[in-house]
Ligand binder design. Structure first.
Ligand code: CMP
Length: 161
């Protein structure tokens, strides 16, 4: 088990559908803790950086148009194995296929309008966070309940951004 910080974005549909509180609440209740958060309008340049891996795919233009269609909430969440954990809580890409109990499974029915983005690896978490946050935006503070969420009953190690 490794303490990780993952990048998460509530996409324009999630914000417009007033699902921000519901989604944040799920991460909090699970035992993750918030390290950074901001409400932003994604620029074309940021969208191009974020989705560089999809450039050239048939849905690339749709992807950029969608993520820039309205404000989003960019966040960093921290916890043990946070990257895998958040991806599990988010569910499969297509809302139709996502398991009930996941965010997309409970609230989504679309492939493009799928409410939320979550990084799939430590490398993408760092790279994606750097598109939207300055290093000092990510706060390193003591999560006082941390020992009560995990089987290790003491705070150990550092809590880096
Ligand atoms: P996400 O995993 O957050 O980042 C890439 C996004 O591309 C993915 O969510 C979907 O919203 C979108 N996507 C993937 N495949 C398709 C597709 N075939 N058509 C439209 N959008 C897609």
């Amino acid at each position: 088990m490794e303490l990780e910080t993952t990048f998460v974005m509530i996409k324009p549909d999630g914000l417009q559908r007033r699902l921000l509180g519901e989604i944040i609440s799920r991460f909090e209740r699970k035992g993750l803790y918030l390290a950074a958060m901001k409400l932003i309008q994604v620029s074309d340049d940021q969208a191009a950086q974020h989705y560089a891996v999809h450039e050239g795919k048939p849905f690339y233009t749709q992807l950029v148009n969608f993520i820039t269609a309205g404000p989003v909430v960019a966040m960093q969440w921290r916890g043990n194995d946070a990257i895998h954990l958040v991806r599990t809580m988010v569910g499969s890409t297509h809302g139709r296929d996502a398991a009930p109990g996941t965010i997309r499974g409970d609230f989504g029915i679309s492939q493009s309008d799928n409410l939320i983005h979550a990084s799939d690896s430590p490398e993408s978490a760092s790279a994606e966070a750097a598109i939207y946050f300055a290093p000092e935006d990510c706060l390193d503070y003591t999560p006082t309940l941390h020992p009560w969420h995990y089987d290790v009953k003491e705070r150990t190690g550092e809590y880096p951004c």
